[in-house]
Design a protein around this ligand. Sequence first.
Ligand SMILES: [Zn+2]
Length: 71
Amino acid sequence: MLFDKEQIPKAPPTKRMHPSDAGEGMIRFSCPHCGHDTGWIADQWTITENKRGQPCPVCNRPAPTTQDTTR
Ligand SMILES: [Zn+2]
């Protein structure tokens, strides 16, 4: 029995930051979606991964599971 397509929740696409600057073993990413800037961080990825971009920690923050009652 296959799943009904309607029952599978769509995963939101991952928003990625793009490298804005890079130097000796260091790299900096900025997010075109929310403007988040990582500042200079250790370059721990391959060139290919950096070109593809890194997931933005702000845009990809998981949705809160509890209701915000302060609003
Ligand atoms: Zn972002």
